[in-house]
Write a protein that binds this ligand. Structure first.
Ligand SMILES: Cc1ncc(COP(=O)(O)O)c(C=O)c1O
Length: 385
């Protein structure tokens, strides 16, 4: 059953059990911009707070923010719907469209799609992304599986709804516009949901927003990630006015609070701030990948602010690092129990993680060397006597 879902965000119960507060640990597990929110947004929110603004109900339609988002994407306001985080919109889409229907989910990927589908009474079908293969129930491994195999599986599933995360969480892989169109051609009658929660982090970010007015597309964005509004929660979707109207009809009223709407508008004035830090994070991640490679790890390629690193047993590695108050994402729940996912943080924090991972790699190297020497001694001992 859903909502056993594991996330990289603070697990307050775990922290409570460890006697720690969120400020005492570093979250490499949460894919949020560590430099935000922009100072001007914090200031704007502060100045917004008054007895009146806290007492007043928010605009249920988020009209002002919606118009600003529409302008940003060069779409009409009727093509925008704001939600209490992107997760809220994923569940809304499932609630509206998934019941009793086949829903294809391209994975390994974010668990909320399958959870939302099951909760809505739909039937999720896992379709393996190119470059991966399924090696057991819900378990994946890298593989040269071809793009055509993914298309064939999609066509066979004949889904009513498709979820594709692009760039993908947790793999950091990013499909091009041509690849998305080729996939869509395999299931042309489905509504395609493209989750672009991480597109701002990619160097060559692009958006499927260019197709939404044609119908049949829903594009998701999260302002929680790139502007660091985790506590306020803010996401939005772009779709044809027809789909937006259908979704709006089943959205609970006032579910986006007034502070979040106001912060969202202020954040949209800070796109240069955002892009400057996105570029910095890409440089820092490239350095980090190179540094841990020198320690003996083999991080995968990525296009965004997080990277998958194979470590043998992800759970053990997470627990080792947790003792040092460094939290990485154990990817077992994604079907990748050998991988951890690391989201780049501030430079001094990255250096701490690097030091610990280097120490762990050296320790393991010594343990292996010792075990090998013992094995050899055991084999040769009888020969000596
Ligand atoms: C791919 C993806 N989509 C959506 C979300 C949820 O975003 P939000 O915090 O805006 O609800 C996440 C959060 O981890 C995510 O990884």
């Amino acid at each position: 059953m859903p909502s056993t879902s594991i996330h990289g965000t603070p697990d307050y119960a775990e922290l409570f059990n460890l006697g720690l507060s969120p400020e005492e640990v570093i979250y490499f597990s949460s894919n949020i911009n560590p430099y935000g929110p922009p100072p001007s947004v914090v200031e704007a929110v502060r100045s917004y707070i008054s007895r009146d603004t806290l007492a007043r109900y928010p605009d249920s339609l988020s009209i002002s923010l919606r118009c600003k988002l529409a302008n940003h994407h060069d779409l009409p306001p009727e093509a925008v719907l704001v939600g209490n985080g992107t997760a809220d919109l994923i569940w809304l889409i499932c609630h509206r469209y998934a019941a009793n229907r086949q829903v294809a989910i391209l994975g390994p990927t974010f668990s909320e799609y399958a959870d939302g589908v099951v909760m809505a009474g739909g039937h999720p079908t896992e379709i393996v992304l190119p470059g991966w293969e399924r090696i057991g129930t819900g378990r994946y491994a890298p593989s040269p599986i071809s793009f055509q195999q993914t298309c064939d599986a999609l066509a066979a599933a004949a889904p009513w709804l498709v979820f594709v995360c692009n760039p993908n969480n947790p793999t950091g892989e990013y499909l091009t516009p041509d690849q998305i169109l080729a996939l869509r051609a395999a299931a042309p009658h489905a509504i395609w949901v493209v989750d672009e929660a991480y597109s701002a982090f990619a160097a060559d970010g692009w958006s499927a927003d260019r197709w939404v007015l044609d119908g049949g597309w829903i594009v998701l964005h999260s302002m929680t990630k790139d502007f660091s509004l985790g506590a306020l929660r803010l996401g939005y979707l772009l779709a044809s006015p027809y789909l937006v109207e259908q979704l709006q009809a089943v959205q609970p009223p006032w579910n986006v609070n007034g502070l979040a709407q106001f912060a969202g508008e202020a954040a949209l004035d800070e796109l240069p701030w955002r892009d400057q830090f996105m570029a910095k994070m890409r440089r820092d991640l490239a350095d980090f990948r190179s540094d841990i490679s020198h320690c003996g790890y083999a991080p995968r390629e990525t296009t965004v602010n997080y990277v998958l690193v194979p470590v043998g047993d992800a759970k053990t590695m997470r627990n080792r690092l947790l003792k040092e108050r460094l939290i990485v994402r154990d990817c077992t729940s994604f079907g990748l129990p050998e991988y951890i996912r690391i989201a780049i943080q501030r430079e001094e924090e990255n250096a701490q993680l690097l030091d610990m991972m280097r120490a762990i790699a050296q320790e393991e190297h010594l343990t292996h060397k010792r075990a090998r020497a013992e094995r050899l001694a055991h084999i040769t001992a009888p020969e000596r006597t």
